[in-house]
Ligand binder design. Sequence first.
Ligand SMILES: *Cc1c(COP(=O)(O)O)cnc(C)c1O
Length: 356
Amino acid sequence: MHKKLFIPGPTEVYPDVLEKMATPMIGHRTKDASALQEAISKKLQKVMMTNNTIVLSTSSGSGLMEGAVRSFTKTRAAVFSIGAFGKRWHKMCTSNGIAADLFESELGQITTPEMLEAALSTGKYDLITITQNETSTGIHNPMARLAEVYKKYPDVIVCVDAVSSMAGDLIPVDELGIDVCITSTQKCLGLPPGMAIASVSEKAIKKAETVENRGLYFDYLELVKFVKEKPYQYPSTPSESHMFALDYQLDKILEEGVENRYKRHCEMAKIAQDWAREHCELYSDPDNLSVTVTCVKNTTGKPFSEISKAMGERGYLMSNGYGPLKDITFRIAHMGDLTVEELQQYLKDLTEVIEA
Ligand SMILES: *Cc1c(COP(=O)(O)O)cnc(C)c1O
């Protein structure tokens, strides 16, 4: 039996979208392949609210995260971490020999404008990374307030991890002045895992031209070159299956409307948060809760394994905590194409299970 996914990626994929993955292959150097990539890029620009260049990568989001720090850091990166995924971005720097400092917030808390200002005012950094939505703690950063700070430092390249939030949360990339905004297919976009997406500003492209040892497969300049000059091609052979499904799913997303999709996510978040307050406790800063995933302190007295087993019997896959929060929290993902009704039914079942 397929267990319905209430985990923060991969998310449920509509059967008609899954079917598009089975579209017959085409030559990746053909005009049809370019037309497909162009269509995807134009639709993604709408979803991401940007005029920047869209690059695709046949990898998960981590590939483009690693590529970003390699392609755009010349002197030193400041990595702002609010949990597991921020820390991972720092590791991507150090394991590639990129000079980087880690600025960690307490788990469940945001990156503050003061932290950004303190780091950027030193003049030591030419790139920063920010986690827009931290999936391990269920927190989203106050991007508008952070943007007020980093916009004062126009030479700094701003890279944002929006892997678990793009197309769920509202992230107006150009308004926020984000140079490189990264996401994956398997979370709010509601597609199978296997492709990563990023928007890249002209400023970032110019910067990359001055950076050495950018690698090859995840070199943003190479990816951008194939989009701009070929045009709309991919340096190697992309996952065409994902592209067919992505092109189709983006139509569905735009049909729902980016704002409506955001509203649906907010509504689901509120339901999950209210449930957590009533039955358990919220783990994170109540003023900055994520709209795509809720991290709940397990105060039920039942171990997660028991709850999860009972939910499994009811046809659901649950998610435990992540990293150091593994045993003390569990997470309710409400992202992608889940509906309010599906979430309500899930929480009704969850209530019965914890009260049993
Ligand atoms: C899932 C996730 C990642 C990793 O993305 P992959 O596509 O699995 O490589 C990075 N950052 C955040 C915030 C995530 O939720």
